[in-house]
Design a protein around this ligand. Structure first.
Ligand code: HEM
Length: 140
């Protein structure tokens, strides 16, 4: 039994030296910050050209919205960001959005995720996080 002690010690040392378990957050699965930025750019490009919803973005500072969206998506997917913007209720209250508007934006997001090469299952995880937000965003 005693003869195994050095072996056990060596094993423990080896385990200590190993990097922490790979991060399995959705943020990492999506591809981190560069991937989120590409997805948000793709989403805004599509939404601002989508006849069903583009008018909502006419007066919007798109650069600011991009920053807010990247921070929010990074934070909700477990990334190293803080979202300090408006609540979803406050941000969308004056727009009078209905479910068709919401679904149109989600379609644009899915197209942007496809274009960024995000696998279907990972897309599903992200959409599952965002879908419940319709309760605060859709007001009519
Ligand atoms: C899950 C769905 C959605 C998410 C996660 C989301 C997220 C956000 C965020 C983070 C902001 C910035 C808030 C701030 O000012 O700090 C914002 C603003 C905005 N959202 Fe959404 N949104 C969603 C749905 C929609 C939909 C369906 C529309 C319209 C069809 C829309 C149109 C806008 C516009 C126009 C602004 C900017 C308002 C302004 O100019 O101040 N959003 N959204």
């Amino acid at each position: 039994m005693k003869a195994l002690a050095p072996l056990a010690l060596a094993l423990l040392c080896a385990l200590q030296a190993m990097p922490a378990r790979a991060d399995d957050s959705l943020y990492t699965q999506l591809g981190g910050k560069p991937a989120l930025e590409a997805v948000v750019d793709g989403l805004l490009q599509r939404a601002t050209q989508d006849a069903r919803i583009k008018d909502f973005f006419k007066e919007t500072n798109l650069k600011f919205l991009r920053t807010q969206l990247v921070d929010q998506l990074c934070a909700v997917t477990g990334g190293p960001c803080r979202y300090e913007g408006e609540t979803m209720k406050n941000a969308h209250a004056a727009m009078g959005l209905n479910l068709a508007h919401f679904n149109a934006l989600v379609e644009d997001l899915q197209d942007a995720l496809d274009a960024a090469g995000v696998p279907f299952a990972t897309q599903g995880r992200l959409l599952a996080l965002l879908a419940p937000m319709h309760r605060d965003i859709v007001t009519r």
